[in-house]
Structure formats: structure tokens, C-alpha cells
Design a protein around this ligand. Sequence first.
Ligand code: LMR
Length: 397
Amino acid sequence: MFADIKLLPPDPILGLTKAYQEDPRTKKIDLGVGVFRTLDGRTPVMKAVSQAQAIVDAGEKTKSYTAGEGAAGFASAILNLVFGADSDIVKSGRAAAVQAPGGSGSLMLAGGVLKRAGAQGISIGDPTWPNHKPLLSAAGVEISMIPYYDHASASIDFEAFHEAVKELGPKDVLLLHGGCHNPTGSDLTKAQIDTLAETALDRGFLPLIDFAYHGFAKDLESDAYMVREFARRLPEVLITYSCSKNFGLYRERTGAFIAVGPDADRANAVKSHAINVARTSYSLPPAHGGLIVAEILNSPELSKMWRDELTEMCATVRGNRRLIVETAEKIGLGNRLSFIQSQNGMFSLMPITPDEVKAIIEKHGVYMTSAGRINLCGVNANNVEHLVSAYRDVTGA
Ligand code: LMR
């Protein structure tokens, strides 16, 4: 049975962590997987999470199964966070949420539900997170890549993107990054989001918004512009939400599949299918992360503590963006990397070839994906000169 099974190469993102850890050099930088890091390279448990966890553990009375929609209080708390507590979308019941194992689990549920709904294809702007395609196509929906990013100008080619979007019809789905675009860091402007919402209304395609970095671009309110506008203007939207980054719950695998329908009945019908898709794969969501998120969001004190910590993390990443741009200018790279400062979230794409990436890893111990994606959280005052000098050395910039 297994005679022809070949050993797979390491995962293009997760494999970098292992390679970095096994590198014996002390002068090395991990800019691989998207996790937040402190100045000394740690990914700490957020204080609000520790406190919520203690409360959850103290009150735990059973390890019996969770409900299909997830831990008690999780779904409603996430809906209030995403759309705003007073929003008509929440009050009318037009939105329904199911807890899922991380953003990845939510995307897998979306693929399954879309297949059942008769989706013909999912269009995704190029480049995207490498796991989008396998997760969304697992149930059998076709994926098409459409233009999004112009590498030469390090910015969105909105004209080309919009031209392709205008071709979509009622059986099509458009995947959008809800903010902090992975891997480019180049987000749609409010005006571009408005244009896309109009086009979606006109053409009838379904927007699927992958919202994995809520609070990491600017703040929780302005980062929610796309999901709120699309839900307000359109009858149907799907959202895949991750609590990995903004709650720092990476290994707890906590996220949500959110369906917005024209009314509560339709939203609940879609939700029932998401629960059923889960039932026929991993059965039920894990409780722990959902209980922690619910505990935080349903407590004013813990909520404030969490929001303050998130604001600080977001400011740190923005500061790291500034640091890299200033250092590049200082060592004579001019404004070659200045585009990094105007982008959002954890990632940017360095102007670098795959061969140069190989060289920067081998020669300088600077780990990034072969496409040149860097995690800005891994940059700090202690390592930024090494990073920029290594970049200059391998690219001859
Ligand atoms: C990333 O893109 O680095 C993160 O979303 C982690 C992952 O699962 O790839």
C-alpha cells in the first residue's frame, strides 16, 4: 500500500521554523511563520488570555462534547466583535457563526459549504497565502488566480484585479483578504472596497472574506470596514475569522466560520451546513480556545486588557516597519524598501528572487519564504542592520 508513497518536502512556511531552530548559528533571524514576537524573539501568552484561562480552568466541570456551534458564548461574542454590538446585522440575526479550528478550519468549512451551495469557482488575487488553494478546493470547488499585486511597483494593480472581478457571476466566489494581506501587506483602500461591493451587488457573486488579522492593521474598528460594509450592502457574505493572531491563540486552533444571509433563516441554514461539514470531518470544535475568547469578550475588564495589548502589538509591528525602512535608507539603499512602511500587518514581500532567498538563508541565516515574504514581527532594533545588510549583499542593491 505505501510502497509508492514519497516523502513530502517540508511545508513552505512551517518548514522554515524547523530549519531556523536547527541552524546552529547565533546570528540568525526568523522572518518565517506569522506569529507575533517580542524584542527578544518570544511569542508570549497575552495577559488577558492567561487570566481568562485561569477563570475557565477553575470553573470547568466537564470534558464532555461542546455544541456544534462551539463553546458557550463564543459565537455571539465573535459576531459582536466583528460587526459591532449594536449592528443591525447582529440584531436582525442575519449573521450566524460556528467555532472552527483556527482560520484554516473555517476555510475548510467554507470550501465544503460552497461546494454544497453549487459554487462554480473561487477566484483569488495573486499572490495569496499558500494554504488558501488546498483548503478551499478540498471539497471540489475550482480555484482561479486573478491579478492582484504588481511586484514592480510593490502595490495593488487594482485596475487589473477589478477587470477580472467584473467577469464573475452569481455562481462565483471572490476571496478577499479582510486586511493585512498575506503575503504582500498591500490592502485595498476604503474606496476600492466600496467599488468591489458595488460590483458584487451588480454581478451577484459571493464575497468570501478571510479575516485573520483583525486589529493588526490599524485598530479593531477600522480594520472591520470591509466585513461591515459588505455585510451591510450585500445580501450574502461568508467570513472566515481567526483568533490565532489577535488573541495569540495559535496552537489552540480557534476561529469562526460566519455566514451572512438576507435573513436569519438563510444564515441559520448555511450555519447548519457548516456544522454538518465539520461533523463529517473533525466532528466538533475544540472547546478550550473558544472558552477563553468568550471569557475575554464577555468581561469588560478582560476585554479592555486584551484591546490594550492588541493595540501595543499593532504599534510594535508598525514600528518595525519604520525601522527597516529607516535602516535601509541609512545604509545606502535609498527608498528601495520604503513601500514597506505604507503596508499593513505582519507581512511584506521583499524584492528578491528565490535564488537570492536561498543565499540569504545559507550565507546570513535570514529565514523568509522562497517568495521573499518576511514577517515584520521578527524584525527588531537588535537585528535590523543584519537583515538589511544581508539583503543588500545577496541582491546587490
Ligand atoms: C502564516 O501565513 O505564516 C500563518 O498564517 C501561519 C500559517 O499557518 O501559515
